[in-house]
Design a protein around this ligand. Structure first.
Ligand code: 5GP
Length: 177
C-alpha cells in the first residue's frame, strides 16, 4: 500500500503483467506497420512510460515525438481539454499512432485525434496502455490496448495523482472505491 496526498493506493497490476501486455501490443503494432515508418505521438505527461516501453520492443523503423494536452485535475475527469501543443513534425501523409497512458471518457484522445486529422495524416490509430471500457462510450476505435481495467482511479507507470505516483512500478488502484 502507498499513500499519495493522503489517499491510499493498493497494488493492482504487477510490473510483470504490464510488461506482458505491452509485449502483446508491440507484436500487433509491428505487424500492422511493418516498414511504413509510423510516427508515434505520445500524449504528455502520462504516456512517457508506455511510449518508452512500447518503442523499445519495436524492431520496425519508426519515429517518436510528444504532444501535450493539459486536461485532468483530481480523481475525476473534468471533461475539458485544452489546445494540442507541440506538434513539430510533418503529419501529412504519415501513419500516425497516438500513444496514451489511459483512455477514460475518451475526451482527451478524441480532441487529439480531431486536431491531428486536420493535418491530413495517411492514417491515424490510437494505442493506450489502459482502457476503462465501462466509461469509454465514443465511436472512435482504440486500436491497441495493453490492458482493460474497471472504472477505478489508478496510478503508476506514468499515471499520477496530482503529480505523485508516476514512478510507481506496475499499476496501483485507489482504495475504497
Ligand atoms: P479522458 O479524457 O479519456 O476521460 O481521460 C484521459 C486522461 O485523464 C488520461 O490521459 C489521464 O491523464 C487522466 N485519467 C483518466 N483516468 C485516470 C486514472 O484512473 N488515473 C489517472 N492517474 N489519470 C487518469
Amino acid at each position: 500500500m502507498v499513500t499519495l496526498h493522503g489517499k491510499n493506493f493498493e497494488p493492482f497490476i504487477s510490473p510483470q503483467q504490464l510488461d506482458a501486455a505491452i509485449d502483446a501490443v508491440a507484436t500487433k503494432v509491428a505487424a500492422r506497420y511493418g516498414d511504413s515508418v509510423p510516427l508515434f505521438l505520445g500524449v504528455l505527461n502520462g504516456s512517457y512510460f508506455f511510449a518508452s516501453e512500447l518503442i523499445k520492443r519495436l524492431a520496425i523503423p519508426c519515429e517518436i515525438s510528444f504532444v501535450k494536452v493539459a486536461s485532468y485535475h483530481g480523481t475525476v475527469s473534468s471533461g475539458t481539454v485544452r489546445e494540442l501543443i507541440g506538434v513539430q513534425e510533418r503529419i501529412a501523409g504519415r501513419h500516425v499512432v497516438v500513444l496514451e497512458d489511459i483512455v477514460d471518457t475518451g475526451n482527451t484522445i478524441t480532441h487529439v485525434v480531431e486536431a491531428l486529422r486536420e493535418k491530413s495524416p495517411a492514417s491515424i490509430a490510437i494505442a493506450s496502455m489502459l482502457l476503462k471500457p465501462d466509461v469509454y462510450k465514443k465511436d472512435l476505435p482504440v486500436d491497441f490496448v495493453a490492458m482493460e481495467i474497471p472504472n477505478v482511479f489508478v496510478v503508476g507507470s506514468g499515471l499520477d495523482h496530482d503529480g505523485l505516483g508516476r514512478n510507481l512500478p506496475g499499476i496501483y488502484r485507489i482504495n475504497g472505491h
